[in-house]
Design a protein around this ligand. Structure first.
Ligand SMILES: NC(=O)c1ccc[n+]([C@@H]2O[C@H](COP(=O)([O-])OP(=O)(O)OC[C@H]3O[C@@H](n4cnc5c(N)ncnc54)[C@H](O)[C@@H]3O)[C@@H](O)[C@H]2O)c1
Length: 374
């Protein structure tokens, strides 16, 4: 092959499934490597500080232009870029659009595509369907947090929001707990919670029940996962939370200030959230602009008000590499917040791409035989 010729692999969603994108055990292990690389500083994300969550199109509140979308619940277009080091040594971009109204069209809330590139030349290696990569890595992260932060006797799981993300999170949490006695699922539309219970209890053999309130899902639960969509975060009262619970937030939730102050707070990557604060501060609505979409926004507010400081917030990678302590007491309540990291998408997409290459899955596409202008 000539040195100038560039081909890349195109992987559709069925190709990604055939190549193993739904392998949750492996995905949690890959996330563990990514969090180790982050703690070792062998990764890079966008922006001058190398820690940006991503760049977002903030649709305007008022109609503007001929066809420009207007702001709405979970409505955004976003690009999330990263370099991942270690064995991965690859760059990539997850580019997606999100709109809650998609569900009425029979589409997922968000639609993702991922490109992987050679970090040396920039040449594309693969372009793939990103929905399952994104859902799996998002679910795997609370699974990983559960591996490191659960209390020893944890066996009851409470789920709030029965969408795509919590489906993956539930699979991952069950994988990490190993001895789940009961899963309680609450969703605003009850039929969705019932359907998820039916499907996953059949798949896993674990007892799952749909409940009629967030309170029921949370009381007596040892591990909780919140992933709802829409503009109004679910309210969680202090009195519902069992001592020693691990509360995983991958979506927004409304917890009391006392709960944040009195609990151990672990995040996916605090540097990224600090960068996110800068984004919020540059927005005309200030930090409030992040409340509907960034799961760590209430924590960011407490940080800006100096009620929580850097020393009170631990990044999960530092617990994995033992630079920071994990759970210290069985009675300790831990809030784990995952804002979502582009390095996770790149590492999981790259792993699945590697499997596709081994198995001959996907379609090779030509970028050029020879660049027209070089
Ligand atoms: N942190 C990350 O890395 C990350 C990544 C992807 C998505 N997310 C977030 O996860 C959330 C869920 O995403 P999804 O794709 O599963 O969305 P989805 O729309 O598929 O599912 C969300 C579910 O929550 C339910 N719901 C909404 N409000 C509720 C409430 N108050 N109480 C109970 N149920 C409620 C909806 O009926 C729906 O079934 C979104 O907020 C999204 O932004 C986070």
């Amino acid at each position: 092959m000539s040195k100038e010729k560039i081909e890349f692999l195109y992987l559709s969603e069925p190709d990604m499934i055939e190549a193993g994108v739904l392998d949750m055990k492996e995905c949690i292990n890959v996330m563990e490597e990514v969090f180790t690389l982050m703690s070792d500083n062998d990764y890079l994300m966008g922006g001058p500080k190398g820690s940006s969550h991503g760049m977002k199109l903030w649709y305007p509140k008022e109609k503007r232009g001929r066809n420009m979308p207007v702001a709405g619940d979970d409505r955004r277009a976003m690009t999330m870029i990263a370099y991942v080091g270690g064995e991965y040594d690859v760059c990539g971009n997850k580019w997606y659009g999100s709109n809650v109204a998609n569900r009425e069209r029979g589409l997922p809330r968000s639609i993702h595509s991922i490109t992987l590139n050679d970090p040396e030349t920039g040449a594309p290696l693969a372009m793939c369907s990103g929905n399952l990569v994104s859902a799996m890595r998002t679910g795997a992260v609370p699974g990983l947090a559960t591996r490191y932060l659960k209390s020893d006797s944890a066996s009851v799981v409470g789920i709030i929001g029965a969408g795509v993300i919590n489906r993956a999170a539930l699979i991952a949490i069950c994988e990490s707990l190993g001895n789940v006695e009961l899963v309680k699922i609450y969703n605003r539309t009850a039929s969705k919670a019932e359907a998820l219970c039916r499907e996953l209890s059949e798949e896993t053999g674990i007892r799952m029940t749909a409940v009629s309130s967030a309170e029921e899902a949370i009381r007596e639960s040892d591990v909780i996962s919140v992933a709802t969509s829409g503009g109004t975060p679910v309210i969680i009262e202090d009195g519902w939370i069992k001592k020693g619970a691990l509360i995983n937030l991958v979506g927004t939730a409304s917890l009391s200030e006392d709960m944040y102050i009195n609990s151990r707070v672990v995040v996916d990557n605090w540097n990224m959230h600090l960068d996110w604060i800068d984004d919020g501060m540059r927005h005309p609505d200030g930090i409030e602009s992040l409340m509907a979409s960034a799961p760590a926004a209430p924590l960011m507010k407490l940080y800006l008000e100096k009620k929580k400081d850097n020393a009170d917030i631990v990044s999960l990678g530092d617990i994995i590499t033992r630079r920071a302590a994990g759970r210290q007491r069985s009675e300790e309540t831990i809030i784990f917040i995952a804002g979502g990291i582009p390095a996770e998408d790149v590492a999981w997409a790259h792993t699945v791409y590697g499997r596709a290459l081994e198995k001959g899955i996907g379609q090779k596409l030509l970028l050029w035989e020879k660049p027209h202008w070089a």
